[in-house]
Design a protein around this ligand. Structure first.
Ligand code: HEC
Ligand code: HEC
Length: 207
């Protein structure tokens, strides 16, 4: 229970309501249903499916609610999220969110990743700090996230008309980028530049 000190108020509230981590195990059928697409334990093996293990607990929960209420675009997650009650989404968030981010270092093109690194520094590092490794309750990690998934998400976010809640500043910046720029950025995040860094990937204050 070494993480108890840094638990967020929301998490404490859930735990206080009798929902303990012990009640959410991998045998839980709720969780099993996610592995088929998101990989065993939520660590994706397919480039088009996001890793979900270790996403910030609150980001995870907000994403599921956004899918459920059609406030976030998706090919499949809208339908999936609608099949669950709030308490079930909370259990999922507890299970996947209560562990370190397990971003992977995938194959990448070094030249494109270099170009992506420059674009990232200019347009994205302000929020997606630590070369995209940072995450908090609002900001998902990019470094080590599945490459195809990120590329798809960036293309979606770039279109203003698409239903994607996002900070206006991000939209403005993405609009300036070409398809080739987005590919370069996805190669950069696949290179997971700070994978070996010692620093914890998210701020303790936010857990
Ligand atoms: C049939 C395949 C499939 C299944 C099953 C599935 N997902 Fe997903 N998930 C996706 C896809 C594809 C996306 C990208 C958004 C979209 O297109 O709907 C996604 C996106 C997500 C995201 C957003 C990740 C991010 O970085 O913002 C979360 C969170 C998530 N899924 C959680 C779950 C959970 C929890 C379950 C189990 C209840 C689950 N998914 C089951 C395919 C699936
Ligand atoms: C003003 C802060 C800000 C800036 C600048 C910004 N982002 Fe984001 N980004 C966010 C936030 C906040 C989210 C989460 C949105 C949500 O709630 O769904 C996000 C989400 C994303 C996602 C979705 C990840 C996932 O797991 O689904 C991608 C991809 C992304 N940003 C890429 C970029 C890129 C590339 C740039 C630079 C061109 C950029 N962002 C600039 C704040 C920012």
């Amino acid at each position: 229970m070494e993480k108890a000190r840094s638990r967020s108020p929301a998490l404490c509230l859930l735990l206080g309501a009798g929902l303990t981590l012990a009640t959410v195990t991998r045998a839980d059928s709720l969780i099993q249903g996610c592995f088929g697409c998101h990989g065993p334990e939520g660590i994706s093996a397919a480039g088009s499916m996001p890793n979900i293990a270790g996403l910030n607990f609150r980001y995870f929960y907000a994403a599921m609610q956004a899918f459920r209420k059609d406030r976030r675009n998706g090919t499949i997650m809208g339908r999936i999220a609608k099949g669950y009650r709030t308490s079930q989404l909370q259990r999922m968030a507890l299970y996947f969110g209560n562990r370190p981010w397990t971003g992977t270092r995938g194959e990448f093109d070094p030249e494109m990743a270099q170009r992506g690194s420059e674009l990232h520094a200019q347009y994205c590092e302000k929020c997606h700090k630590q070369n995209g490794r940072f995450q908090d309750r609002e900001t998902p990690p990019l470094a080590g996230q599945a490459k195809g998934y990120l590329l798809h998400q960036m293309s979606d976010y770039r279109i203003a008309a698409t239903v994607m809640p996002q900070p206006p500043l991000m939209q403005e910046r993405l609009e300036k980028l070409s398809d080739a720029d987005l590919r370069a950025l996805s190669e950069f995040y696949a290179s997971n530049p700070e994978a070996d860094a010692q620093a914890p990937p998210r701020s303790a204050a936010d857990r």
